[in-house]
Design a protein around this ligand. Structure first.
Ligand code: PLP
Length: 296
């Protein structure tokens, strides 16, 4: 995977900049055609640990459009490990392009009905097998955060005053806190509705010292909830494409860019701020939209 790091770049975002605040975007979406964005970063140390401790299979969880599931299928294959994805839904759930891709990469798919999917502890107990290494949904955990800290090392990011990312489980956000320098502040835009447990979830991945770092979590940009994408969001995505040639995804990065734009307009950032937003990938999730909805 490291061979692909050269694909990543940083570009200015005109639509999110003003006379006094400059915004750039770290294009992790350009990393790799299958495993774009933050997911490989979050997975890398889990897979390393699994391989070093003699496991032959990696198991994890996700929905029918999960970026995490595809990335896991790819990364496990790269490490010559088997993979199993526990998928929310039943056997009649249509094989989405996401699941099809995971399957083609060699992942075994096991469907779990919504009710049962909720309690992962029970599922892990039920499906426990010797040699199987479990990764939490979305790659949540300390090793995931350590892996995400490496995101800030793939390009020259030391010169920014603020780093902003979208937050699902908050693992990437915790990783950015670990990887940033002392002068930088981190901002997380929650993509789930009323996900007030996010704060504790992030804090649990930080050391005592890291807990003191400047970190802002915002809950105002979920657009109705996870994967919800009202017309106003789609319109913003089209504008961002037209103005800056940046493709975004409906679940995470569109909400991030919208949120940061709003913060810039509201004067959240002091004059002279240099903001870096993380394009964490996820574009494959747009396949859930009717064809032709977006111009990219
Ligand atoms: C999974 C994902 C996130 C959220 O990452 P967390 O570490 O769970 O907060 C953000 N952006 C994209 C594109 C993702 O796929």
């Amino acid at each position: 995977m490291k061979d692909y790091f050269a694909n990543i770049n940083i570009q200015p975002v005109r639509g999110l900049s003003t006379g006094s605040v400059t915004t750039h975007i770290l294009r992790l979406d350009l990393l790799h055609p299958v495993v774009s964005g933050n997911k490989w970063f979050k997975l890398q140390y889990y897979l390393q640990e699994a391989a070093h401790t003699g496991h032959h299979t990696i198991a994890s969880f996700g929905g029918a459009y999960s970026n995490h599931i595809v990335a896991l299928a790819w990364a496990a294959r790269e490490k010559k490990l088997q993979s199993i994805g526990f998928i929310r839904g039943d056997i009649h759930t249509k094989l989405t392009p996401t699941l099809e891709q995971a399957k083609n990469l060699g992942m075994k798919l096991v469907y779990v009905e919504r009710e049962r999917y909720r309690d992962k502890e029970i599922l892990i107990r039920e499906y426990a097998q010797p040699g199987t290494y479990w990764i939490m949904e979305g790659g949540y955990g300390i090793l995931g955060a350590r892996g995400a800290a490496d995101i800030l090392r793939v390009a020259d990011t030391g010169n920014y005053t603020h780093i902003a990312c979208a937050a699902g489980t908050g693992t990437m956000l915790a990783g950015l806190v670990k990887g940033k320098n002392e002068a930088q502040a981190v901002i997380g835009i929650s993509v789930l509705k009323n996900h007030y447990g996010l704060e504790a979830g992030v804090q649990a991945l930080l050391t005592g010292e890291e807990k003191q770092a400047p970190l802002t979590l915002l809950h105002d940009y979920h657009f109705g909830g996870y994967a919800k994408h009202p017309e106003v969001l789609l319109r913003f995505m089209k504008e961002t494409w037209e103005q800056d040639r940046i493709p975004t995804d409906i679940v995470y990065t569109a909400k991030l860019l919208y949120g940061v734009k709003d913060l810039v307009n509201k004067g959240f950032f002091p004059a002279g701020s240099r903001v870096l937003v993380i394009h964490s990938g996820g574009l494959q999730g747009n396949q859930s939209l009717p064809p032709g909805t977006l111009p990219f």
